[in-house]
Design a protein around this ligand. Structure first.
Ligand SMILES: Nc1ncnc2c1ncn2[C@@H]1O[C@H](COP(=O)(O)OP(=O)(O)OP(=O)(O)O)[C@@H](O)[C@H]1O
Ligand SMILES: [Mg+2]
Length: 299
């Protein structure tokens, strides 16, 4: 394949309008979270979504942005994230030719949302170093930020930041600085949704799959066991449930049927990386206990 093929494909694959491609289930904890986000935004108070991986933090923030009809930019933080990743920096080639002019400035997601008016979603914010976290103090307190060589800018009235973190990480090495914590005013907890809601979420994420309710219930039995087991440190997420349902459907579609043994094998393949056991637990033994208990429907 030539480079010309690549470049024409590249322009064809550009996303023109970033929209959620699947329906979002707004029931139970998600309804409450959405209302809290709305109230926080109306009072210009910064919220934090707290929940283990895959509990819907990103999707609820994106849904909220779509509902408010404002742009949405996000960034996942870690220890290598630097203030300029958030704020932006000068394009060296343009700056060399024209100097440090405004059009040589390439904005980061925070600056973009502050200027254009929109939601900046700070994912895993607690993983950033305090140095990087400090970049957010002025935008959250004063709704302004200093851009080197440009000057101080005032945020658009629609600028709003939503943070997210995994509560288990909050106690770890990287924590939210006290200064930043003091500027986050609405704490919204998300957890694994109740059974009925989660089943609806799984179905909403696999519209192409016509798995009957018997198997969807089995999938939920399996993931529910991982959440109740004392041996499990990180249980199966909603994503794991979606993956199980997809693979079960593939097998049925290909072979017309599925037996207990196939179900067990699929569960093993997905759960192997989809859950984490506590230290010292015999993983192989524990995973089969989860599978046998789950498939018997006794979470
Ligand atoms: N309310 C919901 N409606 C529809 N789908 C949902 C809902 N909640 C979660 N999901 C689905 O579950 C999966 C995980 O959701 P999401 O990515 O928002 O979780 P997260 O908490 O941001 O995870 P992470 O901590 O890994 O970033 C996605 O596939 C998403 O589509
Ligand atoms: Mg996320």
């Amino acid at each position: 394949m030539s480079d010309i093929d690549f470049y024409s494909r590249l322009s064809n694959s550009l996303v023109k309008e970033e929209k959620l491609s699947r329906p979002v289930v707004i029931r139970g904890q998600y309804k409450e979270a959405l209302e809290l986000l709305e109230d926080a935004a109306a009072s210009q108070l910064t919220p934090m979504l707290l929940g283990p991986p895959g509990t819907g933090k990103t999707i609820i923030a994106r849904y909220f942005a779509e509902k408010q009809k404002v742009p949405f930019e996000w960034m996942t933080f870690d220890e290598a994230t630097k203030p300029q990743h958030l704020v932006g920096s000068f394009d060296p080639a343009i700056a060399f030719k024209k100097g440090f002019t405004n059009d040589a400035f390439v904005p980061g997601p925070l600056t973009k949302m502050m200027v254009n008016g929109g939601i900046f979603f700070a994912n895993e914010l607690n993983r950033a170093t305090e140095y990087t976290q400090n970049t957010l103090l002025e935008p959250l307190e004063e709704r302004s930020i200093y851009l080197p060589r440009i000057g101080r800018i005032q945020a658009h009235e629609n600028f709003f930041m939503i943070a997210a973190a995994n509560p288990a990480d909050l106690a770890g090495t990287y924590r939210l600085s006290e200064a930043l914590k003091d500027r986050i005013k609405v704490w919204i907890s998300l957890t694994y949704p109740e059974r009925e809601v989660e089943i609806e979420i799984i179905k909403a994420n696999i519209p192409e799959v016509q798995l009957n309710d018997y198997y969807i219930e089995k999938v939920h039995d399996l993931i529910a066991v991982t959440r109740n087991s004392k041996e499990v440190e990180r249980p199966a997420s909603i994503r794991t449930g979606i993956a199980l349902a997809k693979l079960i459907w593939k097998k049925i579609e290909k072979e017309g049927d599925i037996d207990e043994r196939d179900l067990e094998n699929i569960a093993y393949r997905v759960l192997l990386g989809g859950i984490k056991f506590k230290p010292g637990i015999d993983r192989e033994k524990a995973i089969w206990t989860v599978i046998k208990t789950g498939l018997k429907g006794e979470p």
